[in-house]
Design a protein around this ligand. Sequence first.
Ligand code: HEC
Ligand SMILES: [Cu+2]
Length: 392
Amino acid sequence: MLRVKEAYRAGLYAGQPFSAPNIFQTSSSQHQPAGSEARWRCRDAAHHANEDRTVMRLSRHLLLFLPPLAALALVAAGCDVDHARTTINPVTEYGRAIQDVYVQIFWWTVAIFIVVEGLLIYAILKFRSKTESHEQPEQVHGHTRLEIAWTILPAVILIFIAVPTIRTIFAVAAEAPAGALQINVTGHQWFWNFEYPEYGIRTANEIHVPVGRPVDLHLASGDVIHSFWIPRIGGKRDLVPNRTNRITFTAEKPGHYFGQCAEFCGASHALMRFDLYADDAGSFEQWAENEKSPAVAPEDPKAREGATAFLTAGCIACHRIDGTPAQSRIGPELTHVGNRDKIAAGILDNTPENMARWIHDPQSVKPGALMAKLELTDEQVDAIVAYLQGLK
Ligand code: HEC
Ligand SMILES: [Cu+2]
């Protein structure tokens, strides 16, 4: 009987609670004394239990490899050559303020990890079973001092995390400094319009800022809630209908920074991108000078044909080209669309082929796009493309 119990325990400890009670039942239901057959079965069960323990030991070794493998996968994922979308390499004081909190919390969690894992490993080694006995260890319930400690300690850690977090929340919500460059941003399904009141500039999907000068973004929405996010500049901040939110930052390094709407806003939310260029002061002024001038009437005959088609085919219902009768602001501003690197809110390179494809069938590029698909001949589209590409 003792052996049966042992086998039962062995089976149970090997994670086999079902096989062992079976043996127990067989031997008792048949009212057999610990006879030969029962003993044979028990030995068999103990043997299986041993085998199971070997398997478990093996799988435990395999488990040991999991953390390094996961770490390797993470490192490999970090090897992405395109760092345009990283938040941990900020180029503004705004981004750095957020990064600083992130780094502080990171080190707090590293310390907590080391302490907790250290205690765990210590306990595993110190209190592991040193004999083959499978007796239950002494069970401990309640330890007032320990319970007080593990309630107070996390509270203290939370305070250490909360103080810099709240301080940063207030710091990044501060008013823009005097002399900041104001840019009004309007999010639409699924593109961005930008307005520079100081320069009288209106543009879309491509935003230029001068390095070293504070920028004061006024964020509004034309329809639903969007979120302005340029990972390397900082963010995110929502664009809420009937409300103006603000972001202020100073770009510290010239460069091209990738932006993306960060709040689900409908079918093509993932295709609502934009680009920020931080220019040195000279090239910013040059860009601004060009942007604020009205569109120049084309001379090339095909482009002239395109200009007429643009005004008559229905495009003016939604688009604005400064210096022409097209003055609607439902769609993106097109006054200098030929100068932009991308079209369709960062989705397509601004090539004549892509622009023709877009005008022919916007919804095939961007599901649900709110630009009308007009019935135009290939010649009309080619002429319009020649016109728009010439709007430098
Ligand atoms: C019903 C309104 C509407 C009409 C009509 C319309 N568009 Fe658009 N257009 C839009 C909207 C909205 C977008 C932005 C789509 C997006 O990116 O999601 C757009 C985007 C564009 C873009 C890309 C701009 C950029 O910077 O991303 C071009 C080019 C364009 N339209 C040209 C035209 C031409 C040419 C016509 C006439 C054949 C036309 N549109 C007619 C609403 C319209
Ligand atoms: Cu959006």
